[in-house]
Design a protein around this ligand. Structure first.
Ligand code: 8YV
Length: 329
């Protein structure tokens, strides 16, 4: 009988997930739900076979060096699809396998993109504030006018699972779909999504009305949208980011919004979470939500089940289904 792997979970997970983990593994939970300090993290990775981190844990070369002192850590079973907080090449060098949770948060994140696409041009947050403040003086023919969604051009950056789920939703809202992706989609998928591919990101940015970022944060996509890109966008353009804050130069975004270079932004993610550039708080045309794209009961449960499945397959000596292959191939 194989010993049960020692699994350390850095944050609280849905109750049913924690219960199942306790049945299957020798699990240690962080009951405080406070992110580990550097010292706690170094201690944890020396003592476990499997670490279950989240986006709030920085698993850098230093953490992996601490793990290497005992050589016990073998699997980073990330709770989340994005793995930009993990140094993949250091993990690879240390022979630590990394897994993530793709697929199960696609629809929820795409729904959040649509919520922001609908909220920003239609000024939902401003309207809500008006009602709550008691300052609403009643309906007026010219009150609270926003911009129509139907017929606008949507530019999707990153046409993976989430980008495609956004495209499907966007079609039913009458948006025309444009996309920029490293690789062009197969013709039949392009036809199904009625999507136009742009080889040049800059060329697409200059032509679309709403931009949504749905790519991972990597060294290549870091600050992919900065001052030069905002300068290309239309004054009536809106930008939506549910991916990672670091893909956008937040300072350049604030400057572009303040200077009226673009019309607005819908942000679920920020460059220095949980800190938000204070300039964003005072700008009209901006809707801000706290990194909640995958925050549904169903989604977080499914993410936990994926983490468990990855650990079980790995513990059985097989390649886990969601092994992150970047840096491994
Ligand atoms: C989570 C996410 O909120 O999966 C991701 O990459 O951003 C979200 O699902 C969180 O990052 C989980 O670690």
């Amino acid at each position: 009988v194989r010993p049960r792997p020692k699994v350390i979970v850095t944050r609280r997970l849905p109750q049913a997930v924690e219960t199942r983990m306790a049945e299957l593994f020798d699990v240690e939970l962080n009951l405080t739900d406070e992110a580990f300090s550097q010292g706690q993290m170094a201690d944890a990775v020396r003592r476990c076979d499997v670490l279950v981190p989240t986006v709030t844990d920085e698993i850098d070369a230093g953490v992996l060096a601490a793990a290497a002192e005992t050589g016990r850590l073998k699997l980073l079973a990330n709770f989340g699809v994005g793995v930009d907080h993990i140094d993949l090449s250091a993990a690879r060098a240390a022979k630590v396998v990394v897994t993530n949770t793709p697929g199960v948060l696609t629809d929820d994140t795409a729904d959040m993109v649509m919520a922001l696409i609908l909220s920003v041009p239609r000024r939902l947050a401003e309207g809500e504030k008006l009602v709550r403040s008691g300052e609403w003086r009643g309906w007026s023919p010219t009150g609270m006018l926003g911009h129509r969604i139907t017929g606008k051009r949507l530019g999707i950056i990153g046409m993976g699972r989430i980008g495609r789920a956004v495209a499907t939703r966007a079609q039913s809202f009458g948006l025309t779909v444009h996309y920029h992706n490293r690789h062009r989609l197969p013709a039949e998928i392009e036809a199904e999504l009625e999507a136009t591919w742009w080889d040049s990101l800059d060329a697409m940015l200059a032509r679309v009305d709403i931009i949504t970022i749905n790519c991972p944060h990597t060294p290549e996509t870091h600050h992919m949208i900065g001052a030069a890109q905002f300068a290309l966008m239309q004054r009536q353009a809106y930008i939506i980011n549910t991916a990672r804050g670091e893909i956008v130069d937040e300072n350049a975004l604030c400057e572009a919004l303040a200077a009226g270079k673009i019309a607005g932004a819908g942000l679920d993610v920020f460059e220095n979470e949980p800190a938000v550039d204070p300039r964003l708080l005072d700008l009209p045309g901006v809707v801000l939500v706290p990194h909640m794209g995958s925050a549904t009961f169903e989604g977080r449960q499914a993410m936990g089940e994926k983490v468990i499945a990855n650990i079980r397959v790995w513990a059985d000596g097989h390649r886990p289904p969601d092994q992150v292959l970047e840096g491994w191939a």
